[in-house]
Design a protein around this ligand. Structure first.
Ligand code: 0WD
Length: 268
């Protein structure tokens, strides 16, 4: 019997097989979870690329729910949760793995971010968690939990991360307030702060390859994390193994975040 045998969840944010949400999904599936999935609506319905990529990955898992969702639209989020209720009755977990900033705003400098770019980045990358929590709290079964993905750029300045760092700071704060509010209902809310992984989103972040090299030099484990490691910890945080953990941001970054200066063996 797996840790998720008989458990049902909703996963938002698989864009392709490099997505962090896919790494976590694979671990959840291995433990017996049943999951529904959302994808970004395709711009051209005649060429459903987002849907196609997601279907190819998750249909072999025997999913009963694949549907589009643009988190900027309340009606989309309402429909997704209504469909989840119809399909599964209740949910044991929701995985939120969504972020976006317009590329011109992401490039920085931060002082030059547009009013509309700031609002859109915050709406998709932060408000979406709040909006998901609002619907999830009425559908979660006892012991239910939410998990979102964040990055060190929300705690410390990571050059190139720019507006997304500001979004992650707000996202991590949202995790604590939501954990406080949903805790009395018996629900948990956590964040997983992943080290850099090559995905569709991260390819838009400046100096990404430099960051990967830096982690090899600076991190106590002297390497970068693997998608599987993020997957395993994501699964743990959503599982009953973490039943006493809420309002937490857990770093899965080979220890990089504890370092304040390069180690002695770093070649500078
Ligand atoms: O190094 C990394 N890749 C890290 C990522 C390190 C630490 C944290 N993260 C975070 C990201 O900030 C994000 O919150 O992990 C989360 C997932 O990111 P990812 O797996 O790196 O990226 P990706 O595979 O692109 O998935 C993010 C998805 C979108 O993909 P694209 O690239 O097509 O925008 O977020 C979804 C979409 O599927 N998304 C939306 N979903 C619904 N409505 C929306 C939207 N409006 N916008 C983006």
């Amino acid at each position: 019997m797996g840790l998720f045998t008989g458990k049902k969840g909703l996963v938002l944010g698989i864009a392709n097989d490099h997505s962090i949400a896919w790494a976590i999904t694979q671990q959840l599936h291995a433990e017996g979870a049943q999951m529904g999935f959302t994808h970004l609506p395709d711009k051209d319905p005649a060429r459903p690329r987002m849907e196609g990529r997601l279907r190819k990955l998750v249909e072999p898992l025997g999913t009963k729910l694949i549907t589009p969702c643009d988190v900027q639209k309340d009606e989309d989020v309402d429909r997704v949760f209504a469909m989840a209720k119809e399909t599964y009755g209740s949910l044991d977990f929701v995985l939120h793995s969504i972020a976006y900033a317009p590329i011109d705003d992401l490039k920085g400098p931060v002082w030059n971010v547009s009013r509309s770019g700031f609002a859109q980045s915050m709406e998709i990358s932060v408000y979406s968690l709040i909006s998901v929590a609002k619907r999830a709290k009425d559908l979660l079964a006892p012991g239910g939990s939410l998990l979102t993905l964040t990055y060190l750029g929300g705690e410390k300045v990571i050059p190139g991360y720019n507006i997304m760092g500001i979004c992650k700071a707000a996202l991590e704060s949202s995790v604590t307030y939501l954990a406080h509010e949903l805790g009395p209902l018996g629900f948990r809310v956590n964040g997983l702060s992943a080290g850099p992984l090559k995905t569709l989103s991260s390819s838009a972040v400046g100096d990404f390859d430099v960051m990967l090299k830096l982690y090899e030099v600076m991190a106590p484990l002297r390497r970068n994390i693997t998608p599987e490691e993020v997957g395993k910890t994501g699964m743990y945080l959503l599982s009953d193994l973490a039943s006493g953990v809420t309002g937490e941001v857990l770093h899965v970054d080979c220890g990089y975040h504890i370092m304040g200066a390069p180690p002695g063996d770093a070649k500078l």
